[in-house]
Ligand binder design. Structure first.
Ligand SMILES: [Zn+2]
Length: 161
């Protein structure tokens, strides 16, 4: 039997064991540090950000392209979208809200916010997303290795400010 699109989607996601943990996308990651998921569209394919796909699965409604999704956990490849806004790591917003959100640092911080994706340059963010994905693909959900991998990134790519 062929896997359905949601089945295919979840096969690329590793969920942390705690209720507030991130659900990490382990599929393709593009040069902006965000994931990519290819869905069927007519005879062709359409590429989506995985967090949008997850959010639409959770809410059951299509998101207009004008609506941004904000990560309260600050992990670009997290797809932890659920209906309950208090639990969800993803919420709808505008660009303005996105900037406000960035200003209110770690408003919904969880333990993974220590990875500080926020404010990183595009290349660093991409590297960090891919390192996180690769360690999970190799070792599964292993917080020590995950943190170590990201700490290593910080040493070899010092922040510029
Ligand atoms: Zn998250």
């Amino acid at each position: 039997m062929k896997a359905t699109e949601p089945e295919r989607f979840w096969s690329h996601v590793v969920k942390g064991p705690a209720a507030d943990d991130c659900w990490i996308w382990t599929g393709a990651i593009a040069d902006d540090g965000y994931g990519r998921f290819w869905t069927k569209a007519g005879d062709g394919q359409k590429v989506m950000r995985p967090q949008r796909f997850a959010y639409q699965l959770a809410t059951g409604t299509a998101l207009p392209s004008s609506v941004l999704l904000l990560h309260s956990c600050d992990v670009p490849i997290c797809v932890h979208a659920v209906i309950d806004a208090a639990e969800s790591h993803l919420s709808e917003g505008t660009h303005k809200m996105n900037m406000l959100d960035r200003a209110q640092k770690n408003r919904h911080a969880n333990r993974w916010s220590a990875w500080r994706f926020n404010g990183l340059a595009r290349e660093e963010r991409t590297q960090r997303s891919r390192d996180l994905r690769d360690v999970i693909l190799t070792h599964g959900w292993d917080p020590e290795r995950m943190s170590a991998a990201l700490a290593g990134v910080e040493e070899t790519h010092p922040r510029l400010f």
